[in-house]
Design a protein around this ligand. Structure first.
Ligand code: FBP
Ligand code: MG
Ligand code: MG
Length: 340
């Protein structure tokens, strides 16, 4: 009987839509002969916590996890119960995974030193992004940055291990809890998006090698800031309106960023007369999204410098953030120079 052998081309399969996250991580690790698998394991730990948090969020209205927790965090913001739950879930997964020596979290005043003598990674995380949208069933997210520690493994954690520039990130990503749950990340070799298939409990590659459109027709800014905006930003927003661009604002950084990355657009959270450094945090919001943006061919600045070049001085420092399609960021940049 005529037969033929089944030839499975792992390389093709590895990047084919529908590849599981685990298979993808394995195939990517094979690209690096000296890879030890620790970063791969860390990414898996984050994916596991994302699945658990996604479940908590999807049933938030049913069980008593909606509403305020009754504490304020170091930023003076009222913590939502899901902020705390997400913080616990990610911290636990990162601790149990064993690859991490320290965690910087939006919900923790100080660095969490995991006293892990073999952990070589530092993670900065916004466990739940878009807290104001939690109770109203609007998309929210998680944002994470991964760095390699600077001091030798096993040493007490030093400031230099934690306060690293964004360009030192070895990986960064976000989870979007929206109509579907997605995990999007980069290790510096392109940006890949995975969609969570809840019934199978698996993330599947759905957005290989994401590239942001060079230009866009969406601008994203909280118009409520208008009375406090500086002239250059006011001028740029007017310019967008003149160009017929559409205003879109969800109020969850991850969701606004994700939309603009796929469709083309610019997100602006500038410094204002009231808050000269704006609202967005450098260590666990701006740096991660800036790394992803640049890997997708987009740009991220604070109006003067590339976000990834900013030298951090404190864990919870804020930065003006302008992030999005290359041409739109350049247009903003040249307008800012003209006006200054
Ligand atoms: O309510 P505002 O001032 O528009 O701010 C919205 C921004 O604040 C944030 O909610 C801040 O993040 P957290 O929810 O993690 O604190 C961003 O997600 C969002 O883009
Ligand atoms: Mg946030
Ligand atoms: Mg948050």
């Amino acid at each position: 009987m005529k037969t033929k052998p089944y030839i499975q081309d792992d390389n093709v399969l590895a990047y084919a839509v529908g590849t599981t996250l685990d298979r993808f991580i394995k195939s990517k690790q094979a690209d690096f002969p000296f890879a030890t698998g620790e970063l791969s394991q860390l990414l898996r730990d984050i994916a596991l916590a994302a699945k658990i948090v996604s479940r908590e969020i999807s049933r938030a209205g049913l069980v008593n996890v909606a509403g305020a927790y009754g504490h304020t965090n170091v930023q003076g913001e009222e913590q939502q119960k899901l902020d705390v739950i997400a913080n616990i879930r990610f911290t636990r997964a990162l601790t149990k995974g064993g690859e991490v020596c320290a965690i910087v979290s939006e919900e923790e005043d100080e660095v969490i030193d995991l006293q892990n003598s073999r952990g070589k990674y530092v993670v900065a995380i916004d466990p739940l992004d878009g807290s104001s949208n939690i109770d109203v069933n609007v998309s929210i997210g998680t944002i994470f940055s991964i760095y390699r520690r600077v001091t030798p493994i096993g040493y007490p954690i030093q400031e230099e291990d934690v306060l690293q520039q964004g360009k030192q990130q070895v990986a960064a990503g976000y989870v979007l809890y929206g109509s579907s749950t997605m995990l999007v990340y980069t290790t510096g070799f392109g940006v890949y998006g995975f969609t969570y298939e809840r019934s199978l409990g698996e993330f599947f590659l759905s957005h290989p090698d994401i590239k942001a459109p060079v230009d866009g027709h969406i601008y994203t800014i909280n118009e409520g800031l208008q009375p406090y905006l500086e002239d250059d930003v006011l001028e740029y927003v007017a310019h967008c309106k003149q160009k017929g661009a559409s205003a879109r604002y969800i109020g969850s950084l991850v969701a606004d960023f994700h939309r603009n990355m796929l469709k083309g657009g610019i997100y602006l959270y500038p410094g204002t007369k009231k808050a000269p450094l704006g609202k967005i945090r450098l260590m666990y919001e701006a740096n991660a999204l800036a790394f992803i943006a640049e890997q997708a061919g987009a740009k991220a600045t604070n109006g003067k410098n590339r976000i990834l070049d900013i030298v951090p001085t404190s864990l919870h420092q804020r930065t003006p953030l302008f992030i999005g399609s290359e041409k739109m960021i350049e247009e903003l940049g040249s307008l800012m120079k003209q006006i200054k």
